[in-house]
Every structure is written in structure tokens, then in C-alpha cells.
Design a protein around this ligand. Structure first.
Ligand code: OGA
Ligand code: NI
Length: 357
């Protein structure tokens, strides 16, 4: 499929729903029933109030003469297997690039609704300011607004959806997007090696790959323990790098049937294995369910960068990994995969389950 076709390609959109930031600003004592999530209260929360995930130091991975290089590679492997989530430090993304995008995203969400709506999602498009994965009028809603953009490859950018208020937004997002793609590709190289493959076996699927950026905005909620900021899900793409924009916790990951609140390490990215790596690794690594909860008093912002395969790629267990054993997942083209993923509402790990052999 050529770029032009992909731009107009109908991934299905999301039904328009009320702006949550506006709703929250009304300070009603009771929230509308569509936001009440009984499961938010019933789910067991881990006894561990909050936990720092395993920390991976990128400097040690990159320098193969570092005395702890092999230890760090082994740690990465175990972390991918046991956790599917880690925090990445010394990732090499300039502080300025991170600070600038943080400032611009906060400024964007502080603008009046009419201004933000200059970039509102269009029907049948996922890009722009709005909500994702609302597919029916009955569906329960998340307590959050978001901004989604296709950031890479550059040829797939739809600049009309890219905010130019604040004025530096486009330039800063462009820098951020390219830096994160570099980090993702380095990590995929090490992940490839850890799976017993050549460094390039995995990365060749992700070079020139798709990168989507979602900025999540979770307003405070008077009934915070009754709502969900982001429905439990695993990320459908390969590798996600999440940045906490402000100092409010909210990400929870599911481990051994319990939800654990993640305590971010300053300046680290929270990295997680997505469904595509689970499938390509033939299940050696697993994507992990996660969700976002809401704070009663403070707004929370995060930026997720999702890294996927290039559009001509096939998503399936890597041939080198199924030589000796059987394929545990079906193989499908990237375009069929995207169509399938974007037409479904978020629902735990349902995408991967559908592709299990
Ligand atoms: C996501 C996501 C978590 C967060 O955008 O896919 O999981 O903490 N975000 O905002
Ligand atoms: Ni996610």
C-alpha cells in the first residue's frame, strides 16, 4: 500500500464524546454514569503501594567494553521476560528535547477548548485531539482526553493535525519523535540479540517503521476511585516509550493478577513490550496489561510513543524462532493487523488472543 492510500486508509474512527477536561472543570459532586467503572473499585490493588520497575541503563548496553555490558544485556532479557516493563535511564535523549515537549504539551492542554478544537479529530480519523476507541454509545468512557499523531515515517505525517500553538510545538515534537525512534531501534537491536538472533533480524522490521504519539491528559476527578483514566490494555505495537510529563503517578501494571502502581524514576522512560514483539518473539516475551488511574486533585499528563513495524512488513513469529518449534501465533500483514486493532475497543490483551494458534 502506498503512502497516499495509507493516509486515506480508513482505520475507523472514534465516536465523538464529551470533553473530559471541561466536564472535570464543572466540579460536579457526582460524575455522569458513563464514567463510573465498578471494576475500578473491585480489582485487587497490589499490597505494594508503588514500585520502581527494574531499571535498565542504556550506557551499559551501548558500550560493549563496559565491564557490566553483558550483565545489563542479561538483565534486559530477564526483565523483558518477567516484567514486560522497565525504566530506561541514560537513554541519551537531550534533556532540552524532553523539557521542551513537556512545556509545549502542558501549554497546549491549558489553552481554551475552542483553540484546542482547531485540532479536533475528524470523523473516521484517529489523529487529532479527542478520544480513542469509543465504538458504541453504550461503552463506558475513560476519564481522559488525548491527542494522537502519526509521527513517523515523516511521509505519513498529516501536518494539518499537528498543532502550531504553542508556536514551537511542531518543531519540538519532531525532535522528540526522531530521538525516541533512535532509542527504540537501539533497544530492539539488543532485544533481537537477547532472543538469539542477529541484531538486525528484529530491527529490519522496525527501520522506517511507524511511530504514533499519544499525549494523554487525565483531569482530576472528584470521584477518582470510581473512574478509569485509561482502560486496561496491552499496547498493540512493538515497543512503547512513555514519558511522565508532570509529577503525578497513575500508571498501573498487572503482575501476578494484581495491579501495581509504577513509581517513575526521574528522567527515565517507562518502556514496555507490545503485542507485536510478543508475536514476533513467538511468545518468549509477553506484552503486559496496564491502565491509568486518576488523581482526585491533580491533573496528569503522559506522552506515549508507540513503535511499530513498517507498512510492508508481516507481523508473525520470526522465522528463525520457529525453525525448531511451532509458531504460536498467526502471521498477518501489517495493514490487516492495523485494521483489526483500530476497529476494536480496548479490552485487555484481546488482540493477541485472537492471533494465537
Ligand atoms: C498508553 C498508556 C499510560 C499512562 O497511552 O497506551 O498506557 O500512564 N498510557 O498514561
Ligand atoms: Ni498503553
Amino acid at each position: 500500500m502506498e503512502t497516499q492510500e495509507l493516509l486515506s486508509f480508513d482505520y475507523g474512527g472514534s465516536l465523538p464524546v464529551e470533553n473530559v477536561q471541561e466536564l472535570a472543570s464543572k466540579n460536579q459532586t457526582k460524575i455522569p454514569p458513563r464514567y463510573v467503572r465498578p471494576e475500578a473499585e473491585l480489582d485487587p490493588i497490589s499490597v505494594l503501594e508503588s514500585l520502581e520497575l527494574p531499571v535498565i541503563n542504556m550506557t551499559k548496553l551501548l558500550d560493549d567494553r563496559h565491564p557490566l555490558h553483558h550483565d545489563e544485556l542479561a538483565k534486559l532479557h530477564l526483565t523483558c521476560k518477567d516484567w514486560g516493563f522497565f525504566q530506561l535511564i541514560n537513554h541519551g535523549v537531550p534533556e532540552e528535547v524532553i523539557e521542551n515537549i513537556k512545556i509545549d504539551t502542558e501549554e497546549f492542554f491549558n489553552m481554551p477548548l475552542e483553540k484546542k478544537n482547531d485540532y479536533a479529530q475528524k470523523p473516521n480519523s484517529l489523529e487529532g485531539y479527542g478520544h480513542a476507541f469509543v465504538l458504541s454509545e453504550e461503552q463506558k468512557l475513560d476519564w481522559g482526553d488525548m491527542f494522537y499523531l502519526q509521527a513517523l515515517p515523516v511521509s505519513m505525517r498529516n501536518m494539518r493535525s499537528w498543532p502550531n500553538q504553542p508556536i514551537s510545538f511542531r518543531e519540538n515534537l519532531d525532535k522528540y519523535s526522531r530521538e525516541l525512534q533512535k532509542v527504540a531501534l537501539f533497544l530492539l537491536k539488543f532485544i533481537s540479540r537477547n532472543l538469539g538472533l542477529n541484531s538486525e533480524t528484529l530491527t529490519s522490521n522496525f527501520e522506517d517503521g511507524r511511530q504514533g504519539i499519544r499525549i494523554n491528559f487525565y483531569p482530576p476527578c472528584v470521584q477518582a476511585n470510581k473512574v478509569m483514566g485509561l482502560t486496561p490494555h496491552s499496547d498493540a505495537t512493538g515497543l512503547t516509550l512513555l514519558l511522565q510529563v508532570n509529577d503525578v503517578q497513575g500508571l498501573q501494571i498487572k503482575k501476578n493478577g494484581k495491579w501495581i502502581l509504577v513509581k517513575p524514576v526521574p528522567d527515565a522512560f517507562i518502556v514496555n513490550i507490545g503485542d507485536v514483539i510478543e508475536i514476533m518473539s513467538n511468545g518468549e516475551y509477553k506484552s503486559v496489561e496496564h491502565r491509568a488511574v486518576v488523581n482526585p486533585e491533580k491533573q496528569r499528563l503522559s506522552i506515549a510513543a508507540f513503535h511499530g513495524t513498517h507498512t510492508k512488513g508481516i507481523i508473525g513469529p520470526l522465522p528463525d524462532l520457529v525453525k525448531k518449534s511451532k509458531a504460536n501465533y498467526k502471521s498477518i500483514s501489517t495493514e490487516d493487523y492495523l485494521r483489526f486493532v483500530f476497529r476494536k475497543k480496548l479490552d485487555g490483551k484481546s488482540h493477541v488472543h485472537c492471533l494465537k494458534e
